[in-house]
Every structure is written in C-alpha cells, then in structure tokens.
Design a protein around this ligand. Structure first.
Ligand SMILES: Nc1ncnc2c1ncn2[C@@H]1O[C@H](COP(=O)(O)OP(=O)(O)OP(=O)(O)O)[C@@H](O)[C@H]1O
Ligand SMILES: Nc1ncnc2c1ncn2[C@@H]1O[C@H](COP(=O)(O)OP(=O)(O)OP(=O)(O)O)[C@@H](O)[C@H]1O
Ligand SMILES: [Mg+2]
Ligand SMILES: [Mg+2]
Lengths: 165, 165, 165, 165
C-alpha cells in the first residue's frame, strides 16, 4: 500500500488548502522553526483517528482549527484527507484508491469519510486493522519517543512491544 | 498471548542485533533482555548496548548521539516486525554527527523498498540523501504553505535559502 | 528573603523581554508571571511566549525550535542576573534552523565581553561563528583526545572532516 | 575572572592527560558522537564539587575513573584541574592565578587541592561563593535543562530562580 497524497485545510497553521503528493520512497520536509512541519505530522495522526489531544500538542481538540492571526480571522473548520493506493491489496476493499478524511467544525461537530462517504471512525480503524497503520502504530518516530524508550518512562518499552506484537 | 509475545520479542531481538550493527559497526554488541522471564507480559525490558569496544555499564553512560542511535535501532526493529506502509521521522537526526546521519539515511534507504519514509530535518547531510524536498514556510505571518524544491539543479546552499528566506 | 526574590524576579523578567526579542523579533511578546503572588517563594512560574504575531494558548503549542529559543532566552536571563565567568552550552542549537542559529550565536557574542562561552555543537553554522574550534576524537578505541583546529585557512568541509575522519 | 586551562587525566574516556587552553571569548568543541565532548562538561562539573553521580551520568562516583577497553586496562585514578586568572579580583584571594584540582583514587580516597595545596571542598566553595560559579550554577546549559524549564518538572523554574536570586 502506498501513500498518494495528503490534503490539509484549516488544520492548525495550514489556514489555506495545501496538498502534498507522495511519489518517492524517501521524502524530505524542511523549513524554518515554527513554519508548520510537525503540524503536518499532527495532521496525519489526526486523520488516522488520534483521540488524545495531548498527542497532538493541544489543550483541547478544538485547538486543531486554525485560530487566526492579527491579519486573518480564525477558521471555521479543519479538514484533512489522506489518500492511499491500495497496491498489493493490503486493504480489504474493492477500491484501488482509498481516501480517508476527518473534519471538525468549530461547533464541535465532527465527521469521518471514506472515499467521500460519511462513516464512523470504527469503519476506518477496521479497514486498517492489519496494515500496521493506525494513529498509534510505529509509523511515526519523533525524538520524544526516543527519550521515552531511553528512560523507559511508564514502561514505554513494554507497551511498544505489546502494540507491535 | 504469552507465546505470541515471546515470539515477537525474539524476532525484535534479532532485528535489533542486525539494525544496531548497521548503525554502529559489525563488531558492536547489543541485546534485549526480559527482566522477569516468568511473567513476560508484565516484565520490564532491558536494553544492553556496547558500541565500539567500550564497556558502558548501562545505557545512561552512552553519549547523546549513541543513545539516539540505540533507541532508533530498537524503534526500527519493532517497525520491521510488521512494516507500516509509511513511516514519519521528525528531526530524529538532530543529535547525530555527519557520519552517523549517513548511516541512518542509508539504513532508511534499505527499508524504503517496503515503505515510504517522510523525514523532517534541519540537517543538510540528510537533505542530500532524500529523493525530493518539500519546503514549508510562512509567507503570511502565522499561515503555513508548502512547495516542492527540485534541487538536482541547485547548489546546496541555495536549496535551503530558497525555502527559508 | 521575599523582597530579594521579588527584586530578582523583576530583573529576570526585564532581561527575558529583551533577550526573547533578540532571539525572535522586536515585535514579539513574552512575559513571566508568578501564579501565586501572595506566596512568591513557593509560587509556580508561568512563561508566556507569543512569537511572530501568533496567538499560542500555551508554551506547548509552540514548535520544537520556538520552545528551545524561549527556554534559552529564560536561561540567559537568569545568567544575566549575575554573569558567571564562563558558560558551557552543550548542543543547545540542535533543534534550531540556520537563521535562529545565527541569532543565537550573535546573542552569545554580545555576552562574551563578560564571560567566556564554551559551545559544544554538531552544527556547521555555529562552527563558523566561534573564535577557535577544538576537535575531540578517539584515535585509539575508547580513549578521547583533543586538538585545536585552526580553520581560518581551511575550507568548511575540511574542518569537520579533519576532526571526525 | 577568566578561565585559563583545563587538564583532564584518567577521567571517563580521557585515559591520557589532555589540556585545553581557553584564550578566546567563544570556544567551539566539535567531534563525532561518543568522542568525549560531554565528558569535558562532566569534568568541569566534577572539579567544581558536583556530588550527585546522577548529574554526571554515573551509577556511582567511582565510575568517573577510566574503566578500560579491550586494549587498555582500567585507570587507577581520575584527576581534573581547572585554572583561572583572577582578573578583576573577583576571587577573594591574593593569588593572581587559581588552580583547583579534584582527584579520586580507585580505593575511594579522594582529594581537593587549591594551587596544589590539599584542602577541603568547603574551602573551594567558599572561594567561589560570590562569583556565580559552583557545580550547580547557570554556567552550564544543556538541552536537558531546556526540557526541564519547558516541562517545569518538579518546579524546576522556581528552583532555578531561587538559585539565581
Ligand atoms: N490552531 C492553530 N492555529 C494557528 N497556528 C497554530 C495552531 N496550532 C499551532 N499553530 C502554530 O504552528 C506553529 C508550530 O508549527 P510546527 O510545530 O509544525 O513547527 P515546525 O515546523 O515543526 O518547527 P520546528 O522546526 O521548530 O520543530 C506554532 O508557531 C504554532 O503557534
Ligand atoms: N569511566 C569511563 N571510562 C571510559 N569511557 C567512559 C567512561 N564513562 C563514559 N565513557 C565513555 O565516554 C563516551 C561518551 O562520551 P560523551 O558523552 O562525552 O560523548 P559526546 O562527544 O558528548 O557525544 P555526543 O555528540 O553523542 O553527545 C561513551 O561512549 C562512554 O562509554
Ligand atoms: Mg517540529
Ligand atoms: Mg554529548
């Protein structure tokens, strides 16, 4: 299964619609401090169903919506869509391409979509059950995880082994 | 459940020994130990790492970069158990010297047949190793934007300046 | 004791506002707040940092590099209260982009009239800013040695290779 | 008061006698991961009287002595000497130059010296009382301290303010 693209709109500092295409094996993301690189990582965690606002560096889930600057007012919603090509039929579905979306409105209403059809988070997690992706799989490695492994904070090592096994 | 865990543990241990040696050298030793073999599912896990003929008494005696490489080797070993279609690394190379950055990116290159790797970095040596660079920047205050950087025809200094200035 | 503490607190706060602005920009705001003004000696201290017209709700919303710059500004503000004859910085520049590394070293340059600064780094931009470079290496396995590197007559790539290879 | 030189012998990975001279305002220390750079920082903390082995990344104080490699047997003692020029008479002493030494023998015997005359740790700490240096002053800044300030772990911020005030 390969990534195809990521579309971010209204999520954290990405007030405008932004699309990244993933056509290569090794993709580098660079830019100044505070420009939004880790926000891209957060958006992928979020669209895959992350429920813990702490994991997304937020005080509450509503903080994922672009909260405005002195020149631009705050956004009304956040939307992220991650598209995959279902190569090797790893995903148990008849589609060749799978797009999962998550939307949160400032009212608190939220929605998940699979190929543009409303669904529940459960439908998405079931879809990814065996493919090694989910908002808490080893697909994401940051320096914070390196520290947790070294300090073995709250039995981090055993928990990671359990999840992988 | 215990058998499944023990089987996974032993595979991760093997992966760890191979991965550790590709990040350090073939003469270096490492091990993973279940402190409480009677109760593997609840047992703490100890990491033994002995780089370059040194005799550190515990992980805490290793240097910053050596610890990062060791923890990264373990995280990759867990990943190898069931390779996710994509893997995101957020500035994991920050504590590494140039030679270790090269080992790190070479290792990722070998995994990239099976998974796509998205690598966030400030490190110029890493930037040279990836297949494409996306630059993230804020033209308007507080609003993130992205654009691909095709650097095959630019000098190294120009890539980064093109993005960050 | 309380008066002495309050006086120091207010000086550190002033230093913080100046230092923060030299690491960020003149238009950026920051503050230090005693959460329990009735009991200053036991009170927690809150750090407010608002870089570049953004409106982060708390420190945790800042990026990795922005947090490092903010904490560094506070550490320097404490240092300025009673400048020690020397100050050692161990890889504090790791999360910073090149532009922030330059601000960081420029700030240190202004303090270096009063104190000597010993800066440990892997960052080439920092290496260009110091007055002399000492290289640490292990010729014999496990045994450290040092030698001064006079790089005024070498090309940049050669300094580091001269030391690390 | 200016630093003049640091001599390390038998301390951690510095099996051989090593001398660094401090003649410039901004001194850079570079080298590969694990080469010994942070060990230099530890040696300065140690000679200034650090008692907590945890602060020096050790399980017990005896671990500061070079513990051998497969090609070289372990050392019998660790010695560090830090020399200052008493410019501006910051130190209340008649000497123009002050050299403080700390020695630890494998037997556990340990010694402090001031200009080569045996003394107690108390004599050294009294000497430095008002100059802003001591094993726990702000003369040393590492990324770990940056994290403590950000997380405010165990009231780190208040403690740092108290020490500075
Ligand atoms: N809801 C939001 N609305 C607008 N901006 C936000 C929101 N949440 C976070 N931000 C901003 O996004 C910025 C952080 O971006 P991010 O963490 O992605 O930076 P980064 O590129 O990873 O930087 P670094 O190199 O320092 O790690 C912060 O300055 C923060 O104020
Ligand atoms: N008592 C000792 N005897 C011999 N070697 C030791 C002793 N204590 C620590 N070491 C070795 O010193 C090395 C660590 O050095 P140090 O932490 O100074 O590295 P560094 O140059 O700061 O590296 P990095 O760039 O990764 O931070 C470790 O490999 C460790 O095994
Ligand atoms: Mg980041
Ligand atoms: Mg170090």
């Amino acid at each position: 299964m390969r990534l195809k693209s990521l579309e971010i709109r209204g999520f954290k500092s990405f007030a405008n619609k932004t699309i990244i295409h993933f056509n290569e094996p090794m993709i580098g993301i660079v830019g100044p401090n505070g420009s939004g690189k880790s926000n891209i990582v957060d958006s992928i965690r979020w669209v895959l169903g992350e429920q813990k606002s702490k994991e997304l560096r937020l005080e509450s889930m509503g903080d994922v919506i672009f909260n405005g600057t002195k020149n631009r007012k705050k956004g009304g919603m956040a939307q992220v869509t991650l598209s995959f090509e279902n190569t090797r039929n790893i995903l148990p579905t008849e589609y060749q391409e799978v797009a999962i979306s998550r939307i949160l409105y400032r009212s608190g209403e939220s929605e998940y979509r699979l190929n543009d059809v409303k669904c529940r988070l459960k439908d998405i997690t079931n879809l990814f059950m065996d493919s090694g992706i989910g908002s808490n799989s080893y697909a994401i490695i940051e320096l914070g995880m390196v520290d947790d492994i070294l300090a073995d904070k709250d039995n981090a090592r055993r928990k990671m082994f359990e999840q992988a096994a | 459940a215990t058998d499944k865990y023990m089987e996974a543990f032993s595979l991760v241990k093997q992966n760890f020994q191979v991965t550790f040696r590709s990040l350090f050298t073939e003469d270096d030793d490492c091990d993973l130990i279940l402190l409480d073999e009677e109760n593997p599912l609840d047992s703490k896990i100890e990491i033994i790492a002995k780089p370059k003929g040194k005799r550190p008494k515990s992980l805490s005696q290793l240097s910053g970069g050596e610890k990062t490489l060791t923890a990264t080797a373990l995280l990759f070993s867990l990943y190898l158990l069931k390779p996710a279609p994509f893997c995101i690394l957020d500035e994991v190379d920050a504590p590494l010297d140039d030679r270790n950055v090269a080992k790190f990116t070479n290792l990722i290159r070998t995994f990239s047949d099976n998974s796509q790797f998205i690598i966030i970095t400030h490190n110029k040596a890493t930037m040279k190793e990836v297949d494409v660079l996306y630059g993230v920047y804020m033209q308007e205050i507080g609003v993130s934007e992205m654009s691909a950087v095709d650097f095959r025809d630019k000098k190294d200094e120009n890539i980064y300046e093109a993005i960050v200035n």
